[in-house]
Design a protein around this ligand. Sequence first.
Ligand code: NAD
Ligand code: DAU
Length: 349
Amino acid sequence: MNTMLVTGGAGFIGSNFVKLVLGEYRDIRVINIDALTYAGNLENLKDVEEDENYSFVHGDICDRELIKEIFSKNKIDYVVNFAAESHVDRSITNPDVFVKTNVLGTQVLLDEAKRAWKLDPEDKYSKEYREGVKYLQVSTDEVYGALGKTGFFTETTPLSPNSPYSASKASADMLVKAYYTTFGMPVNITRCSNNYGPYQFPEKLIPLMINNCTKKEALPVYGDGMQIRDWLHVSDHCRGIMTVLEKGRLGEVYNIGGNNEKANIEIVGLVIEKTGASRDLIKYVKDRPGHDRRYAIDNTKITTELGWTPRYTFEEGIEETVRWYLENPSWINNITSGEYQNYYKKMYN
Ligand code: NAD
Ligand code: DAU
């Protein structure tokens, strides 16, 4: 039995990942540490909370003593770090917490994993680690910055982040790379494109538009709506992470994406069509400052080297996703009834 420390497992991707691991890898025990910020929701995990292979720790990845204690009480084999502040718009109004969690939190995890895994932690020259351990940093295509009309992000595209969010994620990636180069830590970094699917917090484009369509509220489209994102179903992302964890070459970065570029206005149109809402709800609003125009992933490395391919077509995925939100109104209502109202008013009015 191996033990995996998942951080941020009560969020959107983390909770989908925890359920994938518990469902399909019965030889892995999962410890989920999550600070339960506004984005963390234990309801996402109610199907697995009684699973004997699962345990939950309510805590902050920046809390070194707590992370140290988790490593000392458990023989951790893998760390998969999802914990982050993840919303670009929030990083524009409140960057501090992005630096704290995304950068300092990553450094604490790296440091404590190194201490627990290094065969001789006192020897600064030694690069020997316990057999089979790995730290995987869940990163994003946003670290590469923005593309023009053509071209793709490859793993060797220089990092050029534009928002406080992507700058903090790029900083974390550099720390991970530094721990590999300087200390020989067994690490991988994955950089995925935009995810969609069940349990995504409705501050993000797709669930926000679905929620507003069902409530017949305005659909706020930033700028001209012609910005392009490369969409991937969350379960394909999670399977990509497991593929890299199992087969990725140490020290390597792997992009994850499914060749699915869509303009935002196209996405909004699809959501309108699938929910039966009116196009009159579309409202063009002032653009996001520093808004990246286009993202597109070249997935050649993960597909050819590790054999990963996405299972969902976008058409299947978006159909299923819209249906999930429509069939789970209480999930979204529980989230949007509280603090979300204040966020929404401040952000959009
Ligand atoms: P999310 O905002 O839904 O979830 C983040 C989770 O981290 C929440 O459960 C939150 O409570 C927890 N968290 C925040 N700060 C913490 C802290 N200090 N200590 C412990 N837990 C903390 O985010 P998401 O969309 O699920 O993204 C997960 C990861 O994947 C992030 O690292 C993000 O950068 C990356 N990513 C996201 C996407 C996407 O499209 N959503 C794409 C590529 C990469
Ligand atoms: O590319 C991966 C990234 O995708 C992840 O690293 C981030 O964590 C994740 O939040 C996401 O970032 P984006 O900024 O691309 O996602 P968001 O859903 O916020 O916005 C998607 C696009 O839709 C973007 O071009 C902005 C636009 N948008 C968004 C919202 C919330 C609107 O036009 N109106 C809106 O109300």
